[in-house]
Design a protein. Structure first.
Lengths: 238, 234
């Protein structure tokens, strides 16, 4: 059901990034193909969030090249949910409408998508409530309603459940699964290994700004290929 | 001492009886300063937002200049506008000198930097919070600036009040370009200055009371609005 956009695969070649002049990523070669759920793992400061932002086009690479399909600038059809959602000072429904308007979806089509999206995340009853007075969990769900309405080809998630209680985290995970089931490619970071096991098709492990391995999830958690990942998993178990 | 209490009593009488002369002066003051605030909003808010969101060479210097211009001395603004509007000046043909129009021009010049600089700060703070999200959603610079102006509307209302407060309380600029002509360009502050020097303290005091009341009232309204908006919209 995702919109036909051709921003996939995303190809990174020897990408370096230094947001604010601080080198964070170096020598990243990576292909994000359509359909999968890739989870970025790694210790704090490894560059996971920066890599997500490079993939999403928010941070321009300081070296190397990036291509979204055939394009060298970020295409439509991408969306991102941040650790702490930013809502505009207007109603929940209007926040979804704002995103749709920027994507060129207006009128009756927009109305229908807004209702559907708020239903999906269980916020229909709060449609007219000012978004900024919703609870943290509700705001995060609203961020996902925005994504649901946009029907992106790729969705980037930066620790989407980090500031949520377990119940809200589980329902957000369910929403992510629903979005994936509609054909959206998922790339996410998390600090929660249990969540990573549940959500990942493959794991991309980052250490000190470099990708040390990319492994199918089932393998990764039992037999990581890189020393750094093994040490990380070992540390997390203790 | 005696003079003060007598004058206060007379002043209170003028205010409570809505003395026609006093009311005219107050209304002219409000008209001039509200008009100036309107123009300052039209110019200063977009300018502030553009500087906050835009990226262009000389941006840092522009911010410094703008902040410095918040402290423009009213008499100097008055002098410059006087020179521009006087018969021999470049804008003399409009015949604005010694009219309320000239006072509006002077006050607009005086408070536009205040509105722009404070709006710039407000929008910058919001931009720091919204930037990634708006960029992620595909908002360009213009759209982002407009969104931020709307989203910070309650803070910006306070910014406009700060500008209005400055305009209605200043005396130097309107004195020079308005000429303090009785019944034409005489506003609260220029009347206070004149009547004090003439020794007619009751009218001066009465206007002083009204001026302070207006400022207090506006600030209370601003405070209440912000509190309400915070609770209502977060």
């Amino acid at each position: 059901m995702a919109e036909p956009v051709t921003g996939l695969p995303i190809e990174l070649r020897k990408v370096a990034a230094a947001p604010g002049g601080v080198p964070v990523l170096a020598g990243i070669d990576l292909v994000v193909a359509a359909g999968g759920r890739t989870v970025l793992l790694g210790p704090n400061g490894a560059g996971k969030s920066t890599l997500l932002r490079v993939l999403h086009g928010l941070i321009p690479p300081s070296g190397g090249s990036i291509k979204w399909g055939d394009a060298t600038s970020r295409p439509f059809g991408q969306a991102m949910v941040f650790q702490r959602p930013v809502m505009l000072r207007r109603s929940a429904a209007e926040n979804v409408r704002y995103a749709l308007d920027l994507a060129g979806v207006r009128g009756a089509d927009a109305d229908a998508r807004i209702d559907e999206a708020l239903d999906e995340v269980g916020l229909r009853a709060l449609a007219d409530r000012p978004a900024r007075v919703l609870s943290g969990g509700e705001q995060q769900k609203l961020a996902f309603a925005r994504v649901w309405a946009l029907r992106p080809e790729v969705l980037f998630l930066d620790e989407p459940t980090a500031s949520l209680d377990p119940a809200a985290a589980r329902s957000v995970e369910q929403i992510i699964s629903d979005i994936h089931a509609r054909g959206t490619t998922i790339v996410m970071t998390t600090h929660n290994l249990v969540q990573a096991k549940r959500m990942a098709d493959d794991v991309l492990f980052l250490h000190a700004g470099r990708v040390t391995e990319r492994t199918p999830a089932r393998e990764f958690f039992t037999m990581p290929r890189s020393i750094e990942a093994a040490a990380f998993l070992e540390g997390e178990r203790i | 001492m005696n003079t003060l209490s007598e004058s206060l009593a007379l002043a209170a009488g003028l205010v409570t009886h809505f003395d026609v002369h006093l009311v005219d002066i107050v209304l002219l003051s409000l008209r001039v300063s509200l008009t100036a605030t309107f123009f300052a909003a039209c110019l200063g808010l977009p300018l502030g937002a553009a500087i906050a969101v835009g990226q262009f060479p000389g941006r840092g210097a522009l911010i410094v200049v703008l902040n410095a211009m918040m402290g423009l001395p009213p008499v100097v603004v008055g002098l410059v506008v006087y020179l521009l509007l006087s018969r021999a000046g470049p804008l003399g043909s409009f015949g604005l000198l010694f009219t309320p129009g000239a006072m509006v021009v002077a006050q607009t010049i005086l408070i536009t930097p205040i509105v722009a600089a404070l709006a710039r700060q407000t929008v910058s703070d919001a931009w720091a919070e919204y930037r990634e999200q708006l960029t992620s959603l595909g908002a360009g610079t213009y759209r982002a600036a407009m969104t931020l102006l709307w989203d910070t509307r309650f803070s910006l209302a306070t910014v406009l009040l700060a500008g209005f407060g400055r305009a209605i309380a200043e005396v130097g600029a309107v004195m020079i370009v308005g000429g303090n002509i009785n019944g034409v360009t005489r506003v609260m502050t220029t009347t206070i200055a004149l009547e004090t020097s003439k020794g007619d303290l009751p009218l001066a005091l009465a206007l002083g009371l009204v001026l302070i009341a207006i400022v207090v009232l506006l600030n209370s309204a601003a405070h209440a609005t912000r509190g309400w908006a915070k609770a209502r919209f977060g």
